[in-house]
Ligand binder design. Structure first.
Ligand code: DLL
Length: 432
């Protein structure tokens, strides 16, 4: 049974009327308190009472990342700072950070949402959990800490980094669950093998991984190397961090906490809703947040939604694995390619590690892509002829499956910087 049967197993009709009531409340809440939303809603001539059904959500304005930047740090806040008990911020590499303020009630609801996530992954109060998400401004660390504490787990807040120490503690404390980014999980697995303490020989049994795009190929690799079951979790700072969507043990899509977040999929070009089940950009509206509820936030994340019956008993809608962000999509000679597609193909090549980077440049008007991928040690030692052979093999496989030509660079073993948080998969050298 799910953690919160009332909300995770709600009949659809009840869920929809709950969502509609909360949506109207949220519109009224921001209309009264946030000048940015009052102006937008007035411009569009919409009031909470004009929303008669969930389909009327299309009458509401979108919110985009730049709106948060323009109103940095607290311009979109709907409560006085006196009522804000916590502020998180994104680790964005360009421009100003994105801020996420919370009231005490927001923190409490966030904790509840993360408890659902961990429970669905099979985590219980007897688990010893090692929380290797960055603890600090990043929502991953404290978010998972709170959720695991609510379940009653023994929490070991290691934060990210100091990989050898992570492995030592994992061994000495008998850690049974690991929380971190999937790329950091792979870094830990690799280092442990080098140290002669393979994780699969330890009591670790479950991994709760997210915060960056990853593929089923990567999941298989981690599960095999660590001897664990790994689930995918999703969230973003703008709407409160992890706890928004999560895989259960069926590992067939991520359930969205729909009593807290109303999800839509739009075509990122026309901004119109896509047909049910089609892929597009995920748009989320906060239904219960108080400090900074956002209306129709364009996440840029590409996925699709489906309402399937799930073996876990949850009736919450499922979101397919995020394949990438619309702003990470490369257009190579007219073909749209996401780094995750390349990652899936690399798993078919035995001679390389799943350590790679796509370096994008521009020649005239076309994107040019170089794929830098690490050769396995024995392949690298076999000399130039073998390397040529592997380069061709990868190039042909990608050409055949994706229809694009990519320059392949086989990098020396361990030469690509290992991730301790979100991996850098695309290096964009195109002039801006
Ligand atoms: O990454 C929150 C989080 C922490 C999620 C821990 C899961 C676990 P941000 O740093 O604001 O927040 O980054 C949010 O990361 O819009 C996606 O592009 C990406 N992302 C997050 N989870 C996944 C995932 C946290 N499971 C941005 N798969 C989002 C693919 C993900 N991409």
């Amino acid at each position: 049974m799910p953690w919160n049967e009332q909300f995770e197993c709600m009949p659809l009709a009840d869920l929809r009327s709950f969502q509609l009531a909360r949506l109207k409340e949220t519109i009224a809440w921001v209309y009264e308190r946030v000048p940015f939303y009052r102006n937008k809603l007035d411009e569009m001539g919409v009031k909470a009472d004009d929303i008669k059904s969930l389909e009327d959500i299309v009458k509401l304005p979108f919110t985009v990342k730049n709106d948060l930047r323009d109103n940095y740090p607290f311009g979109l806040c709907a409560v006085p700072m006196k009522e804000v008990v916590r502020v998180h911020a994104s680790s964005g590499t360009t421009g100003k950070p994105i801020t996420g303020p919370y009231t005490a009630e927001d923190v409490d609801q966030w904790t509840e949402c993360v408890a659902r996530v961990l429970w669905a992954a099979g985590i219980r109060d007897e688990d010893i959990v090692q929380n290797s998400y960055g603890i600090g401004l990043f929502t991953g660390g404290l978010g998972l800490h709170q959720g695991a504490t609510r379940i009653g787990c023994t929490v070991v807040p290691t934060s990210s980094g100091m990989t050898e120490r992570q492995i030592l503690l994992m061994k000495d404390f008998g850690t049974t669950a690991l929380f971190c980014t999937p790329s950091y999980a792979l870094t830990i697995a690799e280092r442990a093998e080098e140290l002669g303490t393979p994780i699969r020989d330890l009591p670790l049994r479950v991994g709760v991984f997210g915060a960056e795009p990853w593929t089923n190929a990567m999941r298989n690799e981690i599960e095999e190397r660590m001897g664990i079951s790994a689930v995918d979790i999703y969230g973003l700072t703008e709407l409160g961090g992890p706890g928004m969507a999560y895989e259960c043990q069926a590992k067939d899509g991520l359930h969205i906490n729909e009593d807290h977040f109303l999800a839509e999929i739009i075509n990122p070009v026309t901004l119109e809703p896509v047909a049910p089940g089609e892929r597009g950009e995920l748009v989320l509206t906060a239904l219960q947040r108080r400090a900074m509820p956002l209306l129709r936030y364009r996440t840029k994340d590409i996925t699709s939604l489906r309402r399937d019956k799930c073996s876990c008993g949850s009736t919450l809608i499922k979101m397919d694995r995020i394949t990438g962000r619309s702003d990470d999509m490369l257009i190579i000679n007219g073909v749209n390619v996401f780094p995750s597609q390349v990652e899936s193909l690399l798993k078919d090549i035995q001679e390389v590690e799943l350590q790679y980077q796509l370096v994008v440049g521009k020649k005239k008007h076309l994107d040019q892509v170089r794929l830098k991928v690490e050769a396995r040690q024995d392949v690298y030692d076999a000399g130039p002829q073998k390397l040529d052979e592997v380069r061709n093999k990868i190039g042909n496989h990608i050409k055949e499956m994706l229809g694009i030509s990519v320059n392949i660079e086989l990098a020396a073993p361990k030469s690509i910087t290992r991730s301790e948080g979100k991996a850098v998969r695309v290096i964009d050298e195109r002039p801006r």
